[in-house]
Ligand binder design. Structure first.
Ligand code: THU
Length: 140
């Protein structure tokens, strides 16, 4: 997919944070490295995340959840502004449903998600396009 030069320029700092985080990913099993950068209100530096795989497979943590957990631990419950996710795939890889569900705790339907590859950002999607109906509460 074609690089979106405008988005890549506008979110260059976040993109660079995601790219660097991706290079630190621990992905010996899938060999698929993912990096993310989460922008939160009032904090200049985006919060990096990378996938950290585990021999049990199920213990693997995705990049996006890494950024979310780190943001909350470091800065408390601040407003999340956007996230950038980078892989080495030509076509953009979207956050998995598990990460979207975790994100739903902190973001609204119009939260922007910027997807990219090693050359730049290719696409913007809104949270509601990927997970229109997150689980919100017990209904029993
Ligand atoms: N992965 C992420 O980091 N983010 C996603 O949203 C989907 C998948 C990671 C998990 C695993 O380490 C590798 O990509 C292959 O699934």
């Amino acid at each position: 997919m074609k690089i979106n030069e405008e988005l890549t320029e506008k979110f260059k700092e976040a993109y660079d944070v995601a790219l660097k985080a991706r290079s630190q990913a621990h992905a010996p099993y899938s060999k698929f490295q993912v990096g993310s950068a989460l922008k939160i209100e009032g904090v200049d530096q985006c919060i990096p995340g990378c996938n950290v795989e585990n021999a049990s497979y199920g213990g693997t943590i995705c990049a996006e959840r890494g950024s979310i957990l780190s943001s909350v631990a470091n800065h408390g419950k601040k407003k999340f502004e956007y996230i950038v996710v980078v892989t080495d795939q030509e076509e953009p890889a979207v956050p998995c449903a598990f990460c979207l569900q975790v994100l739903s705790e902190f973001v609204g339907p119009d939260f922007p998600i910027y997807l990219g590859n090693l050359k730049g950002i290719t696409k913007e999607v809104l949270f509601k396009e990927l997970l229109p109906h997150p689980f919100t509460e017990f209904t029993v």
